[in-house]
Design a protein around this ligand. Structure first.
Ligand code: DQA
Length: 152
């Protein structure tokens, strides 16, 4: 059986971690995040691709064709999480298991960050655990993808 493929999708301003508030986002760079997440994925025997965009339409277009390239999605859409119904609609269309992940504890920050317009479409959600949260999110995603594969 072939390995499960996952797409790790990052949205607006995530390429700037390392320059953003270290209290919320740590001091590591986006490249360091990529290296760690790919290592977690390898350990879980998942094939991972990793990318980021600051353009909402590009994020949506990628979701339109997500099912062609991935069995599951790990999503950190950044601030779009809190208000982008365009991304929500595109995720619904993608119809692949997805897990939402945030470096910071969004539910404990400003009121507007406590809203996620994608959470109810996801099989799991992890927040406030920094880099290690990505490992937990990948584990949740693997369970979701395996359940989907077994029920097909
Ligand atoms: C974030 C949380 C968002 O509220 C914020 O806009 C981000 C990053 C996180 O990973 O903690 O850009 O998604």
């Amino acid at each position: 059986m072939r390995r499960l493929r996952i797409d790790v999708m990052h949205g607006v301003n995530l390429d700037q971690i390392g320059r953003r508030d270290p209290q919320h986002y740590g001091t590591f760079t986006f490249t360091e995040l990529e290296v760690r997440v790919k290592k977690f994925a390898r350990e879980l025997e998942l094939d991972a691709t990793f990318w980021q965009t600051n353009h909402e339409g590009e994020f949506c277009e990628s979701l339109h064709i997500a099912a062609e390239r991935a069995d599951g999605l790990l999503l950190n859409p950044g601030a779009w999480t809190h208000y982008s119904y365009a991304i929500r609609d595109a995720l619904e269309l993608a119809a692949v298991p997805a897990v939402e992940v945030h470096l910071s504890a969004v539910d404990e920050r400003e009121e507007w960050r406590r809203v996620s317009v994608i959470r109810d479409l996801c099989v799991g959600s992890v927040q406030g655990k920094g880099l290690d949260g990505y490992r937990e999110a990948l584990e949740l995603l693997k369970v979701g993808m395996t359940e989907k594969r077994n029920s097909a």
